[in-house]
Design a protein around this ligand. Structure first.
Ligand SMILES: [Zn+2]
Length: 79
């Protein structure tokens, strides 16, 4: 599933390359270029937080989706 691009008042983020995938463990992931994000287990409702899969290595990058549209992306990867 291809995510629609999204612009907000602070940044003009567009992610035509962002795709929903399922990991080999059966968990939902979003891939953007070389980065992958896993769904944060505490998310509820239509707004969802996703954290970089390198979170355990200290990466703080994360993004949020609403109805399968990326609404915010903190791309501060450390890798
Ligand atoms: Zn990262």
């Amino acid at each position: 599933m291809v995510l629609k691009g999204f612009s907000n008042s602070h940044h003009d983020f567009r992610f035509p390359e962002a795709v929903f995938l399922t990991s080999r463990f059966g968990n939902p992931v979003i891939q953007i270029g070389n980065y992958r994000f896993s769904k944060w287990s505490g998310s509820t409702g239509a707004k969802t937080r996703w954290i970089c899969i390198k979170d355990h290595k200290g990466c703080r990058a994360k993004l949020w989706t609403y109805d399968e549209v990326i609404i915010k992306y903190h791309d501060n990867h450390n890798h």
